[in-house]
Design a protein around this ligand. Structure first.
Ligand code: SF4
Length: 237
């Protein structure tokens, strides 16, 4: 954390969660089907959620590890084509099926392991990076591993925390909140909702539930910039 940010009084991780929760209401949960979460967490890489929904509809009742395991690479690629990068994503889906198979396709069995062991195993699968691994840990295996994405980094940067890297962001959330996978999952979704509704590329600070704690908003107001009060619309969150 840089000196300027350290001098500022920043809201706690718990305070941030509570304000987002009161601003946006109880968030969604991804899915109660662990395998669906694993596949969709791979499909959503570098594409919009609507394309994941299209591919999920095409996969239909084939969305089980047993059924997808028996498809060859080209068959799987054709099912997930709406998401793009189908060759690489099909290979990664095959990789996670192989991994899941070692637990007899039983998420509860896999979840007997520690977060550290599971995270290491998931990261060893080609095509699974930290964000995808953490999403699978939280939403499929119900293990507390905070998910850090571009929206989270942008929000914290605007709030003025001045974190130097993802390690500092992880410590902020994991040490500032109960180690609860459901809470981590809810907060990730609240940050997503907030980034789509308020803290967009062109932020809509006038209606933001955390504006009172935001460095970006206070600087914009002090300088008289219209940015913090604007209702600019943009197609890009
Ligand atoms: S006040 Fe504006 S910049 Fe700050 S968190 Fe809210 S929307 Fe984002």
């Amino acid at each position: 954390m840089d000196a300027e940010s350290a001098d500022m009084d920043r809201i706690s991780a718990d305070g941030l969660y509570r304000l987002l929760l009161s601003g946006y209401g109880e968030p969604r949960w991804w899915s109660d089907d662990p395998f669906m979460v694993m596949v969709q967490a791979i499909l959503v890489q570098n594409t919009a959620w609507r394309n994941v929904e299209k591919a999920t509809a095409i996969i239909g009742n084939m969305m089980t590890p047993e059924k997808l395991y028996h498809l060859d690479g080209e068959e799987l690629e054709s099912l997930i084509r709406p998401c793009g990068f189908q060759k690489a994503k099909a290979r990664t889906i095959k990789g996670i099926i192989e991994w899941f198979r070692t637990y007899a396709y039983d998420a509860a069995e896999a979840a007997r392991n520690t977060v550290a062991v599971l995270r290491r195993e998931l990261l060893s699968i080609k095509g699974i990076g930290e964000e995808t691994a953490d999403a699978i840990l939280v939403y499929a295996l119900h293990k507390p591993s905070f998910i850090i994405d571009a929206y989270t980094r942008r929000l914290l940067g605007r709030l003025g925390y001045g974190f130097k890297d993802d390690g500092e962001i992880r410590r902020f959330f994991e040490e500032g909140l109960p180690r609860d996978a459901r809470l981590f999952g809810y907060l990730h979704w609240l940050i997503l909702d907030h980034s789509i509704q308020s803290c967009r590329k062109a932020p809509r600070c006038a209606s933001c539930p955390i504006a009172a704690h935001c460095r970006h908003a206070s600087i914009a107001l002090t300088s008289g910039s219209s940015d913090s009060r604007s209702m600019k619309s943009t197609t890009e969150p």
